[in-house]
Ligand binder design. Structure first.
Ligand code: NAI
Ligand code: MG
Length: 355
């Protein structure tokens, strides 16, 4: 089966890490001819913006809609304000394609650095399901009496019944399949509309999944518990804002930015889903082959899993773990001296050897 993948390297290290991701996916195709990819590259991002005044072509969304998936590096660069680069490309894709599920594994692999002294891989093994389409990031609000003494800004949190139900249901289904507990993270004591509503829907849906063990935490307590008792969390479902913050915390306890991946899914397949490392374009190290491509390899694993190739998805994670344990071919962020491309090559070598 041939999967048509749109590749958007974007800016800075996005270009370097996505090269390695494509290299690894090509290796999978070579080893397993049943899985074929057709890659089409799009040069969109901040450099494109500096030439054209746009982050992507006007018909970009329409063109992307013809693909089965999108593989994205990172977007954003000094000189282009972040709200322009983010809203002009990344958020535009997420919203246009109703990618309402953000899946972020928070899994400490063997050999990965962890700042929590007493915790090991068996303790840190979560999957965050972050609502990705509404909540506090819906772009709704108003700015009144601009530049006047009585200036007021209002940023709304948008929580629709459909929006909450579909993300919470997705998480319940995952918890059921994986035979894991499901934790909802909210803040019903202070956010007396949105989070009371969220909690109510979580409670209602839990009736349909009596086989799934559930927990519910306030976000502040959850932040603390992720550090003191991360083993309490397995599958986690939460709102857009809380998920954004907590998954960075998750990245910090599970090996750092160089290992954190995220999938933006439209589970129904009405639109393409998008796979990306969660780090940015890292202008401080861009263009020097210093970037760690393992987060991108992890997102390639998520892509394979989404297309139904579970065994290959697992093999890519095994490859990452092998490199972490071996400690020979790692980039400087993980204490090594290898170049970005060396790490990609090492993943390929592992796959070739273990298939
Ligand atoms: P960043 O994630 O680009 O970098 C933060 C720090 O982590 C830097 O010191 C960087 O060198 C390091 N780092 C990040 N990824 C790494 C990797 N793969 N290997 C080794 N080191 C790595 O975040 P920052 O600096 O706040 O943002 C830079 C630009 O990226 C901004 O324009 C921002 O808006 C954009 N950005 C884009 C994202 C996306 O496309 N999804 C996400 C986050 C930021
Ligand atoms: Mg973030």
């Amino acid at each position: 089966m041939t999967h048509k993948i749109a590749v958007i390297p974007g800016d800075g290290i996005g270009i370097e890490v996505i090269n390695e991701g494509v290299k690894v996916l090509n290796c999978v195709s070579q080893l397993d001819p049943k899985i074929q990819f057709e890659f089409t590259h799009f040069p969109w991002g901040c450099e494109f913006y500096s030439k054209t005044g746009k982050m992507m072509d006007d018909d970009g969304i329409e063109r992307l809609s013809k693909f089965d998936g999108i593989f994205l590096g990172a977007v954003g660069y000094p000189g282009v304000p972040d709200h322009i680069s983010l809203w002009g490309l990344l958020l535009r894709i997420r919203k246009s394609f109703d990618q309402y599920v953000n899946v972020r594994p928070v899994k400490l692999l063997k050999g990965a650095p962890c700042p929590l002294k007493e915790k090991s891989p068996k303790d840190i093994n979560m999957i965050f399901i972050r609502e990705n389409s509404e909540g506090e990031y819906a772009g709704s609000g108003s700015w009144l009496y601009r530049d006047k003494p009585n200036e007021v800004v209002i940023q709304d949190g948008v929580f629709s019944r459909v929006g909450c139900e579909r993300i919470i249901r997705y998480a319940f289904e995952l918890a059921r399949t994986e035979k894991k507990s499901l934790t909802s993270i909210s803040k019903g004591n202070a956010l007396n509309y949105s989070m009371v509503f969220w909690d109510q829907i979580f409670q209602q849906l839990s009736q349909e999944y009596p086989d799934v063990e559930t927990h519910s935490y306030l976000v502040d307590a959850a932040a603390m518990l992720m550090i003191t008792k991360p083993e309490r969390f397995e599958i986690v479902v939460t709102s857009n804002l809380f998920g954004d913050i907590l998954t960075d915390l998750g990245a910090a306890i599970a090996g750092g930015m160089g290992l954190a991946a995220g999938a933006n899914l439209n589970p129904e397949g009405n639109f393409p889903s998008m796979f990306e490392p969660i780090h940015g374009s890292a202008p401080d190290i861009a263009g020097k082959q210093l970037a760690n491509p393992l987060a991108t390899v992890w997102s390639a694993s998520q892509l394979l899993e989404f297309f139904g190739y579970k065994e290959w998805a697992a093999r890519l994670i095994d490859a990452i773990e092998y490199l972490l344990v071996e400690q020979k071919t790692l980039t400087p962020d993980l204490g090594g001296t290898a170049k970005t491309a060396d790490v990609g090559d090492a993943v390929v070598a592992y796959l070739q050897k273990h298939f």
